[in-house]
Design a protein around this ligand. Structure first.
Ligand code: MG
Length: 438
């Protein structure tokens, strides 16, 4: 493995809490942040136990990192079983590991990211700050569903409800991602004390401007405290200072119109979100912290918004493909709209026979629209006609619908006359004989 890292960290209790229930791990090539929860002492214990178990069990591979999180889960559960006062404790756990390529060639090196809970891993690359992990929280789900903005989520009264936790159940699912690391990449692992206080743009500005990872971590924690410090804040920053020439190899391998390849190689962020099941148990030990090493890579730029993983450059092929897809989808949508809106039918509106444009019952989200009421009551129609009209009698055109209504009106009139005639015939007294008749 020729990829080299440097790192730095900071943690603080904040301005409101009396105890720091966050914990973190710096054990090159594995790094992690845990944010404990559950009672006066429980959160503190859960976070520490999870970090210790991860350090003891995790190996620098995707399976190894997942196994480390599983062991952390078992360790926290075992500890809670041993001590009834700790029942219900749990912790988030966000971790990364630099994983060597199979042949020792730096081109095969990967950074694997694993996550449970609502602490986060971000990647600062070129001009983008990307949120790699997905929050396992109530508001995180609402943001994904488009029902809350990220800004609304930061201030939501239920932002602390976590939907997946280390230490609560044996069958723990662990999300993982894989990132191809490039020189200049900066990974940020943090607890919610950071991003609940600071907008992503503010975080990015610090990551962009403060080169030393230890100092950048300290500055972020200070800013979170200045913004209120409502929670414990923990930050671990891991920089890729040397990718073993992977960037150069990727560039050299480009074809003439190689933007697309560049995008794939450079974007490398991840797209492999995996879900795994859990098991096993693990030991404990003190919180860990090996100090930084390695030279700086200088010259870091960045920007704003946290986003989902994966960013790539847009090429004319991508544009052409997306345009074709848009045309096909647009054509299909237009056909549906045309079909839904093209028809006419005679139906019922509030007890009156009425003419509608559209299809009886509607098509997808297109409801029929009322063209006009006819002034003819459904109960005025001959009984044999009522069911068809109630269901909606389709017609090829507005004129045809009008003619159909005219026919109905005639039939209703004939029905009315027949009824009147019958009534007259049966109830009227016989006419008097004409004068002069025998
Ligand atoms: Mg927290």
């Amino acid at each position: 493995m020729t990829t080299r890292l440097r790192w730095g960290s900071a943690t603080d209790v904040g301005r409101v809490r009396s105890q720091n229930q966050d914990a973190y791990l710096e054990a090159d090539p594995i790094f992690a942040v845990a944010d404990g929860m559950g009672g006066a002492a429980g959160g503190d214990v859960a976070a520490r136990v999870a970090i210790q178990a991860l350090r003891a069990a995790a190996e620098p591979s995707e399976e190894g990192l997942i196994e480390g999180v599983r062991r952390a889960n078992q360790a926290v559960m075992a500890r809670a079983d041993d001590d009834p006062s700790l029942r219900g404790m749990g912790t988030t756990l966000s971790a990364i590991a630099l994983v060597p390529g199979d042949d020792g060639d730096a081109d095969g090196d990967r950074v694997v990211v694993a996550n449970v809970g609502d602490s986060r891993v971000y990647l600062l690359r070129d001009d983008d700050l990307l949120q790699i992990t997905r929050d396992h929280s109530l508001v995180g789900d609402l943001v994904e569903e488009g029902r809350l903005t990220r800004e609304q989520a930061r201030h939501h009264p239920q932002k602390n409800i976590v939907t997946r936790v280390v230490g609560h159940e044996a069958g723990l699912e662990v999300d993982t991602w894989e990132v191809i690391p490039f020189t200049g990449d900066r990974f940020l692992l943090c607890s919610d004390g950071l991003f609940d206080e600071l907008e992503d743009e503010r975080i990015a500005a610090v990551l962009r401007s403060v080169d030393d990872p230890e100092r950048a971590a300290g500055e972020l924690v200070d800013l979170a405290n200045d913004a209120g410090g409502h929670d414990n804040t923990t930050v671990v920053i891991v920089d890729v200072v040397d990718d073993g020439g992977r960037s150069a190899h990727a560039s050299a391998a480009l074809p003439a119109d190689g933007d697309q390849v560049t995008g794939a190689a450079r974007a490398g962020t991840a797209a492999t979100a995996g879900a795994v099941r859990a098991g096993a148990a693990a030991p404990e030990g003190p919180a860990e912290s090996d100090r930084p090493s390695g030279p700086g890579d200088g010259d870091r730029r960045s920007s704003d918004a946290g986003a989902r993983p994966v960013r790539s450059r847009i090429t004319w092929r991508v544009v052409a493909f997306l345009t074709a897809v848009a045309l096909v989808l647009g054509g299909a949508a237009a056909t549906v709209v045309w079909y839904a809106r093209a028809g006419w039918f005679v139906g019922v509106d509030g007890g009156d026979v009425a003419i509608f444009q559209g299809r009886p019952g509607g098509v997808l989200w297109f409801d029929p629209s009322l063209e006009r009421r006819t002034g003819l009551g459904i109960d005025d129609l001959p009984p044999a006609r009522r069911a068809a009209v109630r269901e909606g009698k389709e017609q090829p055109s507005l004129a045809a619908a009008e003619r159909y209504v005219d026919n109905l009106r005639d039939q209703a009139e004939q029905e009315r006359r027949a009824t009147t005639t019958t009534t007259t015939t049966t109830t009227a007294p016989p006419p008097p004989p004409p004068p002069g008749s025998p």
